[in-house]
Ligand binder design. Structure first.
Ligand code: NAD
Ligand code: IPM
Ligand code: MN
Length: 361
């Protein structure tokens, strides 16, 4: 058959808890839309370290490369924090991104109106918020060489990393961002530190060059420190933000809170072939792991992104997003999005509600 192959990587901490709910949603939406998927599971991160000695087993990487799409929970945890860098759970995730060439990371920050009071900002500041952060994901200071720890001329230990971007790396993420802006409100803000860092002077110049090919999109530039402030001061001034790997990591956690919780933000990580990996932007949340209280909606919304971007099933993606909106209408809240006067439900109860809503929306 021509059923698409989906690889599921639950990972660590709350990863398996939230992915279990996302899988139920995927099965239900497949049933409703008459879609057929082959689901396979593999180990990554700490779970893979414990079972095989390393965070990204060959078998997992091979399955990820062969899959039409990958759904990932989260990796990491205190148990593995003492390991040397190359053996840490996070290297499993970074290795998947690098080996699959997943340079284009889309992180939409959308405020569901039902959650206006869960935002840490005043309702009038966030009402209608709809930002897309386009984060470069396979370059910059995360991957630059040389890196490591060495003894300097003073005989002291020093740690070092390299912040480097090539012209082609900047161009291809720029194109992703301009194309995305073109389909939205046609405003793109490139975030850099061009007042200090040469690598981002090049970034800014290349974004300006690309802008000539996209005359319908308005390009502006902003320094990253100001961007962090503006996101909290007046976030609706942004439509699409494009930025490098580390700035994008930081700004997307900040943007998440505007929507009520980091447990609400999904992501897509795409390569040049359109193959993708889908994951919530949050981590393994060791502080709540095993308690059954994590918010599964970011992972469920990541399934919607997977259906839209890698599986060419936009109607099924819409169905999931409508179902999420419906459960929020019904007042269901996990603890992270519940107000002090509101009851909260478990991860599983939230999953139950989304699955039930899929029948009705
Ligand atoms: P985190 O995102 O795991 O948690 C930060 C805070 O947000 C915690 O208080 C946590 O309880 C809360 N939170 C996160 N997701 C939630 C959810 N779905 N529902 C409710 N609350 C949620 O970040 P951290 O604590 O800095 O990192 C913990 C571990 O996760 C580290 O090992 C880190 O490297 C890893 N991490 C992994 C990923 C990933 O796999 N993509 C992303 C970020 C962090
Ligand atoms: C994320 C995470 C990862 C990152 C870590 C776990 C490597 O924080 O996906 O946002 O920094 O990219
Ligand atoms: Mn992050």
């Amino acid at each position: 058959s021509n059923a698409k192959n989906i690889l599921i990587l639950p990972g660590d901490g709350i990863g398996p808890e939230i992915v279990a709910q996302a899988e139920r949603v995927l099965s239900k939406v497949a049933e409703r839309h008459n879609l057929e998927f082959n689901l396979d599971h593999a180990l990554v991160g700490g779970a893979a370290i414990d079972a095989t000695g390393g965070p990204l087993p060959d078998d997992t990487l091979a399955k990820a490369k062969a899959a039409d799409a990958v759904l990932l929970g989260a990796v990491g945890g205190t148990k593995w924090d003492g390991l040397e860098m190359a053996k840490r759970p996070e290297k499993g995730l970074l290795g998947l991104r690098a080996n699959l060439g997943l340079f284009g990371n889309l992180r939409p920050a959308i405020l569901y109106p039902q959650l206006a009071s869960a935002s840490s900002l005043k309702p009038e500041i966030v009402a209608g918020l709809d930002i897309l952060i386009v984060r470069e994901l396979t370059g910059g200071i995360y991957f630059g060489q040389p890196r490591g720890e060495r003894i300097n001329d003073q005989g002291e230990r020093e740690g070092y990393n390299t912040y480097v971007y090539s012209e082609s790396e900047i161009k291809r993420i720029g194109r992703v961002a301009f194309e995305a802006a073109r389909k939205r409100d046609k405003r793109l803000c490139s975030v850099d530190k061009a007042n200090v860092l040469e690598v981002t002077v090049l970034w800014r110049n290349i974004m300006n060059d690309l802008a000539k090919e996209y005359p319908d999109v308005e390009l502006t530039h902003m320094y990253v420190d100001n961007a962090a402030m503006q996101l909290v001061r007046a976030p609706k001034q942004f439509d699409v933000i494009v930025t490098g790997n580390m700035f994008g990591d930081i700004l997307s956690d900040c943007a998440a809170m505007l929507t009520g919780s980091i447990g609400m933000l999904p992501s897509a990580s795409l390569n040049e072939a359109g193959q993708g990996m889908y994951e919530p932007i949050h981590g393994s949340a060791p502080d709540i792991a095993g308690k059954g209280v994590a918010n599964p909606l970011a992972t469920i919304l990541s399934v919607a992104m997977m259906l839209r971007y890698s599986l060419a099933e936009p109607d099924a993606a819409d169905t999931i997003e409508r179902a999420v909106s419906r459960v929020l209408d019904q007042g269901l809240r996990t603890a992270d999005i519940a107000g002090s006067d509101e009851q909260s439900v478990s991860t599983e109860a939230m999953g139950d509600a989304v699955v039930a809503a899929l029948e009705k929306v």
